[in-house]
Design a protein around this ligand. Structure first.
Ligand SMILES: CC(C)(COP(=O)(O)OP(=O)(O)OC[C@H]1O[C@@H](n2cnc3c(N)ncnc32)[C@H](O)[C@@H]1OP(=O)(O)O)[C@@H](O)C(=O)NCCC(=O)NCCS
Length: 399
């Protein structure tokens, strides 16, 4: 593992000799050079999981192009790929699918959810449920990577079931279980919408899950790795990631996009709304990205195709394709900004009939596999995260 030191121990100016002892005293870092607000551009982890290659416009997932995985593979293939390092053979794939769909959510976790106020944000309810899951796992406190990998498919299945039932529970309905008869993606959508679903709808939903499954080191994954680096357990790390993902600058953007599209009503309305917001220097949700900032997020391009296919198969929803295009054009012309994945995921979920409050929880459920893979990787070659600050406060005050 490469380690970067903020000062050089061989620097003569740091060497003092005291009573025959050589002491290396760190001189303050060259503050302005080593400080990057928001850690922009800072390499904060070594990983073999994924990489955003903005020059080649490719999202590399364990050597494969994410867009090819979205087009050609199922969600359980990607779960196997992220956990095992290779695309799973049919038997392993079936094993993962069974573990995910047979996973049981402890009834007491659902009881806890029933006790929470129904108006509490869905991500806050999810955060509580993810934390509570630890209480029902005998190996909960283990930070052993082998144990974590074994438990991962079950945890992914449990979290997907919790998310699928989150809205129903808040409405006073009983939770439903997944059935090993269907894939994880089909189960997830069936329980979410509680109606028969078409193959085209299942495929669109599954493609969105793969698109969300892993994306290098966003804030939530970093939060999970930071917690994991203390050798704390995976439930704690996942709970921190839910809290991070809730924010509108991160995962919370997908629900914010849908509220904006609904407020705008149609293409003219969206154009007026975006211009109004830009005039007030407000941010337009679903646009911009720390890594892709002046480029299109490749996942957004693919989800745009998924939206178009879904609209074609369903024979309705063309107005959302048109509206989104209008928004995309204005933002490119006015701000030089491009849509991110959340911009196109929002209308896909809306057309599937999924309650808006669940868009960000679905993002989390899909990303659980990526987060677990990062937690396992962190625990496999751990070094505690402990950065420094650029102190701007006073000194030398007397009591
Ligand atoms: C994702 C995001 C937080 C990245 O931001 P960042 O890397 O910290 O970039 P900054 O906040 O420094 O923004 C750089 C410039 O672009 C502008 N900008 C960035 N995203 C913008 C947006 N969505 N709408 C309007 N302006 C935006 C900023 O106002 C800033 O302009 P300025 O230099 O004139 O002040 C930002 O693009 C954003 O807020 N997007 C909307 C939320 C969203 O969709 N999040 C999901 C991300 S996957």
């Amino acid at each position: 593992m490469k380690r970067f030191l903020p000062f050089s121990a061989s620097d003569e100016s740091h060497l003092f000799l005291t009573s025959g002892l050589a002491l290396y005293l760190p001189r303050p870092m060259n503050e302005t050079k080593s400080y990057s607000p928001g850690l922009e551009g800072v390499i904060a982890a070594e990983t073999s999981l994924s990489f955003l290659d903005t020059e080649q416009e490719e999202i590399v997932i364990r050597g494969y192009d994410l867009l090819a995985l979205i087009r050609q593979k199922g969600y359980s293939d990607v779960v196997g790929l992220l956990l095992d390092g290779e695309l799973p053979a049919p038997q392993r794939r079936a094993e993962i699918e069974t573990e995910m769909t047979k996973a049981e959510v402890p009834p007491r976790v659902y009881e806890i959810l029933k006790l929470l106020p129904s108006q509490m944000h869905a991500m806050d309810r999810l955060r509580t449920a993810v934390s509570a899951l630890a209480g029902f796992d005998p190996e909960a406190n283990s930070a052993d990577p082998a144990s974590e990998k074994n438990r991962a498919p079950r945890v992914i299945g449990q979290i997907a079931q919790i998310v699928a039932n989150l809205h129903h529970i808040a409405q006073g309905s009983s939770p439903e279980r997944f059935s090993p008869e269907y894939s994880l993606a089909e189960n997830f959508l069936r329980v979410l919408v509680r109606r028969p679903v078409s193959a085209a709808e299942v495929r669109a939903f599954e493609q969105s899950l793969i698109a969300y499954s892993e994306h290098e080191l966003p804030n939530s994954t970093f939060a999970a790795r930071v917690v994991a680096s203390t050798l704390s357990d995976m439930y704690g790390a996942l709970t921190a990631a839910v809290a991070s993902l809730k924010g509108p600058l991160h995962g919370g953007a997908n629900e914010a996009v849908m509220y904006m599209l609904l407020e705008a009503k149609n293409s003219q309305g969206l154009e007026a709304l975006i211009r109004q917001k830009l005039a007030k220097k407000e941010r337009i949700m679903g646009f911009g990205h720390r890594v892709y900032m002046r480029r299109m997020d490749p996942r957004a391009q693919l989800l745009k195709e998924v939206l178009q296919n879904l609209v074609q198969a369903a024979g309705r929803g063309q107005e959302y394709v048109e509206m989104c295009q209008v928004g995309e054009d204005i933002m490119r012309t006015e701000k030089g900004l491009y849509p991110n994945l959340d911009y196109y995921a929002a209308p896909v979920y809306y057309l599937l009939g999924i309650p808006i409050e669940l868009y960000t929880p679905i993002f989390f459920a899909a990303r659980t596999v990526g987060l677990l893979a990062h937690i396992i990787e962190q625990h496999s070659e751990n070094r505690l995260y402990r950065p420094r600050v650029l102190y701007k406060g006073p000194r030398g005050k007397k009591i």
